[in-house]
Design a protein around this ligand. Structure first.
Ligand SMILES: [Zn+2]
Length: 307
């Protein structure tokens, strides 16, 4: 029997967003609690509590979206940047705790799956999504299936070089000139502070642009140009029909990023990928991750039933 509902859990740096999700992507019930910052045990306990709060007989699977590369073979969270979770066997842990199929994915993959199944990407077989927030996350759906690469950790689209020998990347990343260093909300905040002083940030930059500030618009358009360099390369690799821009900063600044990003991406992309590519704004907002995580749960239960 097919599971009617799955619980999706989106682990963020400040909040755990969880929900019971139906097969059509609608959220039946929601639950939210803060993300602890003190220890791995505490994070695991709060994730368990979020699931326990929502679990009932209609739920056939649980899926987690986690801000970390995932070792899919072992079901292990490799290392979160801003949550104390490292080398954590989350899949087996939750399977044993709740005796239910458990799926695990990177949070940006989950967001891409959410937009594909229930958002702007419905009916599209080849899609890629970039989530612009603290970092730049990426998720790819290729040929009607989520793309995860050999070890399940793909696709880290934010850590692709757009400027050879450029700015150092963020956090634990040792790279230089990565898209994340130029097109994330953090990069926009750095640019805002340089021009508007230490209290400015990415959201203030968008507000100023909305008020007609020419310098703010120019800074956002510059970010859009870098984004376009990344998108042009991704389009040449994956040949998507749709490129979705999401994440807090990506959605807020969409109107300023889109034009320059599209112009540069079309310059860099080759035919026939160039003409096939469309850009769109994410539709599901902050729910994309939890909805997509629930579909990662459905995927697990469906795979088990087809074998
Ligand atoms: Zn990087």
């Amino acid at each position: 029997m097919q599971a009617g509902h799955a619980i999706g859990v989106d682990l963020g740096g400040t909040k755990i967003l969880a929900g019971v999700v139906a097969r059509d992507g609608s959220i039946v019930r929601r639950h939210e609690r803060p993300t602890p910052q003190d220890s791995q045990e505490h994070v695991l306990a709060e994730l368990e509590a979020a699931v326990a709060e929502l679990l009932d007989d209609s739920v056939g699977a649980v899926g987690f979206g986690v801000p970390s590369p995932i070792d899919q073979a072992r079901g292990v969270v490799v290392r979160c940047v801003n949550v104390p979770l490292e080398d954590a066997p989350l899949r087996d842990h939750m399977r044993e705790r709740f005796e239910i199929p458990v799926g695990l994915d990177n949070d940006a993959n989950a967001a891409a799956i959410g937009e594909w199944r229930a958002g702007v990407g419905q009916g599209v077989d080849d899609l890629l999504m970039l989530t612009l927030g603290t970092g730049v996350g990426g998720g790819v759906v290729s040929g009607g299936k989520p793309f995860r690469g050999r070890n399940g950790a793909g696709a880290e689209l934010g850590h692709v070089v757009v400027v050879h020998g450029g700015r150092p990347c963020q956090g634990a990343c040792t790279g230089h000139g990565h898209l994340e260093a130029y097109a994330s909300g953090s990069a926009a905040t750095a640019a805002a502070r340089e021009t508007f002083g230490p209290s400015a940030d990415a959201h203030r930059l968008v507000r100023l642009a909305n008020e007609g500030d020419a310098k703010a618009k120019e800074l956002l358009e510059e970010v859009g140009g870098y984004l376009g360099s990344g998108i042009g390369s991704f389009v040449n690799v994956f040949g998507p029909q749709l490129v979705v821009l999401g994440g807090g900063f990506g959605v807020a600044a969409y109107d300023y990023l889109r034009g320059p990003a599209e112009e540069v991406a079309r310059r860099e992309a080759l035919e026939p990928m160039r003409s096939a590519m469309q850009l769109a704004k994410a539709e599901l907002g902050t729910a994309a991750g939890l909805i997509g995580a629930a579909f990662v749960g459905f995927e697990t239960v469906d795979a088990a039933e087809s074998t």
